[in-house]
Write a protein that binds this ligand. Structure first.
Ligand code: HH2
Length: 401
């Protein structure tokens, strides 16, 4: 018999490899690469005229498009639109849409930019001390200099213990260390800038320029970020996602990388029955808007990292949906950072006690890597490193970011 079998070819490089093995010539390979991949692009707030034209053009291009019933009845002013096709279909579609009236050209440009962003995989962060390529998954070790962090609060309040823990994480394989002086766990209380700096200063002094890996400061206060950067920290991790304009100014002024994390509300309120219609689309929209505002505020886009904010203003099902669809965030064209480590959704899904969340955290982290995450923020560095290295070995080259 013929040994028929279905191949899984989600990425361009997977298809390229199969074509090579089949023995297709280089020229034919380019053509087949445009035909052998499938992409689904969802758009929101499309006017009915643009939706109808897009549907017609995508069908004409050989793909297809889904619109709600109301679009053809002209009963919706705006609607969602789902475009389905191969890169070849999209290429033909985009060429046609550019020549169409209304907002068709803008639609075509956004679709083209998004498809390109999704394929991107060559991320390099430029740090004060040099380049930090994300050509492999980087492990960010968590160091909480707080009395009340949810999993390690109070363990590293003494600066010597904190510095020793950071050094141990580097020994274990951490590629960077994230130091925080304020807990952001649900319902946690904000601490004053004085208190936060009192915790951070001696630890940062003991780490910067000594640790051998970049140091990130986990803070939402612009004045703390500025002080930490003055002391020599390399980047900012802002769980408020640069929503404070003053934080945007600090990141722009120091020209350092920054993590833009999604959170619904603030730590005090975020777990009061968070609701979304479509959590993936809403997180994506929010991050896109924050990226736009940061760039408008003078931040170099190449310095920004996105994070869906697992556990921040999300019910368990929202965390699972975000992790299941993490690859969608690649549409933003920025590297993805994820923090699943020891979070409560692990217990919710598996029934384990809070101190037994390691295995679940690793599973979630590895699945995030399979979908393109480039930085994992973890407490258990020693255990995460081999899990991630194995995932990378199975996956081959990195799968976009
Ligand atoms: N999670 C926590 C804190 N900071 N930053 C980013 N970018 N992504 C995350 O998922 C993230 C984060 C919460 O974890 P932890 O630091 O251990 O707890 P606490 O906030 O209680 O200190």
């Amino acid at each position: 018999m013929f040994n028929a079998h279905v191949l899984e070819l989600p990425e361009r490089r997977d298809l390229r490899e199969v074509l090579r093995r089949v023995g297709v010539q280089t020229q034919g390979r380019d053509v087949l690469e445009r035909k052998g991949l499938f992409r689904a692009v969802k758009l929101e707030n499309i006017g009915f005229r643009e939706a109808l034209i897009a549907k017609q053009e995508m069908l004409g291009a050989g793909g297809d498009a889904a619109t709600p019933k109301g679009t053809v009845e002209f009963s919706h002013e705006t609607s969602d639109l789902l475009l389905l096709g191969t890169p070849l279909h999209f290429r033909r579609f985009l060429a046609k849409m550019r020549r169409q009236p209304f907002r068709c050209r803008a639609l075509a440009e956004e679709v083209e930019k998004t498809l390109e962003a999704y394929e991107r995989r060559d991320f390099v962060l430029s740090l004060p001390q040099g380049e930090f390529p994300l050509d492999r998954v980087r492990i960010m070790g968590v160091l909480n200099v707080t009395p009340d962090s949810f999993s390690d609060g109070g363990h590293f309040l003494e600066p010597e213990k904190a510095v020793a823990r950071a050094e141990a994480m580097v020994e274990e394989g951490a590629d960077l260390v994230d130091v925080g002086g304020e807990s952001t766990r649900p319902y946690s209380e904000r601490v004053s800038a004085e208190e936060e700096w009192k915790r951070l200063e001696p630890v940062l002094e003991g780490l910067v320029d000594r640790l051998g890996v970049p140091v990130s400061v986990d803070t939402s206060k612009p004045e703390i970020a500025a002080r930490a950067l003055d002391l020599g920290a390399d980047m900012v991790n802002d769980v408020l996602g640069l929503r404070d304009e003053a934080m945007v100014r600090v990141v722009a002024k120091y020209d350092v990388p920054a993590v833009v994390m999604h959170m619904l509300g603030t730590p005090e309120t975020m777990q009061e029955s968070p609701t979304y219609d479509d959590v993936v689309a809403e997180v994506l929209r929010w991050l896109r808007e924050r990226l736009r505002a940061a760039v408008e505020g003078g931040v170099d886009e190449e310095k920004l990292i996105v994070d869906p904010g697992i556990g921040f203003g999300k019910a368990p099902e929202h965390n699972l949906a975000l992790l299941r669809n993490l690859g969608s965030l690649r549409s933003l064209g920025r590297p993805i950072l994820v923090g699943t480590s020891r979070k409560s959704f692990v217990s919710h899904a598996t029934g384990v006690q809070p101190e037994e969340r390691l295995e679940g955290s690793l599973a979630a982290g590895v699945l995030a890597v399979a979908q393109g995450a480039r930085i994992l923020r973890v407490h258990d560095v020693a255990q995460t490193v081999p899990a991630v290295r194995l995932a990378e070995a199975i996956l081959g080259q990195p799968k976009g970011g």
